[in-house]
Unconditional design. Sequence first.
Length: 366
Amino acid sequence: MLVHPKQLVPGCLITKDVMGKTIYPIIPKNTIINDKHVLVLTKFLIENVEVSDRLNTGIPFSPKELEKEDAYKKENPIDSNDGHSSYSFYDYYINAVEGYKKLFLNWQSGATLDINQVRKLIFPLFDQIDQVGLNLYLLHQYSSKKDYFFHHCISIALISAFLAKKRNFKKEWIQVGLAGLLADSGMAKINRHLFSIERTLTLPEYEEIKKHPTYSYRLVEKVPSLSTGVKLAILQHHERLDGSGYPLGVEKNKIHPYARILAIVDTYHAMTSERIYQKRQSPFKVIEEMIQDQFAKFDHEILQTFIENLTSFSIGTRVQLSNGKKGEIVFIEPNLPTRPMIKLEDNSQIISLKANRNLHIEELLS
């Protein structure tokens, strides 16, 4: 009998090895299922499993009725530290990047957006947001030039959802994360050759790229399970408070709060990532640049929350400075969080980046 993992009950007998990406089964044949097995199957995004039509007690097996995904998530939260899976956050992340790439290629071929597939792709990562900590601010390190775009979409989803939680969007943070994931989905409707250009875009090419928020909006416009806020965030994620953004050039209060979150996260991840036509920049240097624009382009309060959480992770964190030396953050001045005090590894000297303006943190190491 072939069933979805959510239909399993304790006592089900696996009749065929459940395989993942390795040569070893996730759950071997003849395993008697318990609740922990169901959790593992859900984490690994297993679509279906072969089980006996009778439980180990001999009574007939009656599959559970499938519930809506949100209800299942609420009752069965995934704990990345439960000790029952060898998959790390990185494994889940790479799996999501590859999954998004497949969805995107389908959209390029004219397929409609299936929101259930999108949720299935990203929810296992959403469940780990509270546990991954500093990793969220280091997602740019996972990215590659070749697949930057797909890494970017997954990263925007995760960091946006995290930031929404920190802004006390108690029930809406998942919607914000979905907006981040789908904000660039409309790039599927852009001329494909623009993805492989290894130079600065020409003005006509850039104007074509600027159409993607509108295309993204059209892809999600008729999805009933996405709120109006999500759809506006997707349309407005490149708008800026001073009206200098696109596609509509709206400003200030006309920009939805979800879109203000996406604008900050999108800028941060793009500038800290290695791209075909642009080298990545230091997270702290990017933050300094964003602070300069905070009143003109970005929502000041949301940006402050973003910075506070980045710097709160950073006490005790190893860093590499722009002069190549490595050290540990020992103190962060609240009013100048991008220029902390660093204890150097080679001689234990403590230097203040506030006093040494020619130096900056090049990269967070751990």
